[in-house]
Design a protein around this ligand. Sequence first.
Ligand SMILES: C[S@@+](CC[C@H](N)C(=O)[O-])C[C@H]1O[C@@H](n2cnc3c(N)ncnc32)[C@H](O)[C@@H]1O
Length: 205
Amino acid sequence: MNPWLKIPLNDYEKHMAHPMVGQLELLGNLTKEKLQKYKPESFAIFGICGGNGLEHINNSVTKTVIGIDINQRYLDECKNRYSSKIENLNLFQCDLNIDELPDFKADLVIASLIFEYIDIKTGLEKVYSRIAENGLLIAIIQNNNNVTSVSPTGIESVKEVGSVFKIVDEFEFEKIASEKGFKLVNKTEHFLVNGKSFVCLDLSK
Ligand SMILES: C[S@@+](CC[C@H](N)C(=O)[O-])C[C@H]1O[C@@H](n2cnc3c(N)ncnc32)[C@H](O)[C@@H]1O
């Protein structure tokens, strides 16, 4: 069983929001920044979890939102939180390593901290096929900078995902993305309190 299916959403979010980690807020802020910059009419999140960042959707700009995740319970909670606030929210349970994606095209796709858990080539091919012409992928990957991969927040269940977590080398990722047809248009790095950082790549189709 994929370990992501064993982690309660509450545990994951508590861990990510812990002052020693501080990742939930940064990911939400990056989503806000990209929504404001690219103003997508259709927007998709791969590895949507409980919908972190969806509070920044502006319904007069973004008409369709699509979310993909392996964990149906995360999607249920995401629906609970946002279906009354987002007019056209479509959530799909899907294992990105195995399953076919539903049919859609998005102007903007955000995939944050998901390539650590899936096959990069397969994942990039799947995303590419679902991006509209002239659309973009925002890929956020974690640089550990030699810090251990899971911070000791006291929330034990999140350690489960260590068995499927892999460090993604940003340069190797850029190379594969380019082979799959993406063009790098912007790259930023954001440091966290624990010494880790997020590398944020804007990749056009
Ligand atoms: C680290 S979280 C992503 C962070 C999230 N976007 C945020 O802003 O907090 C990884 C997410 O990817 C999902 N996931 C992991 N492996 C997956 C797979 N093979 N297919 C689809 N989703 C997967 C997990 O259930 C989880 O919701």
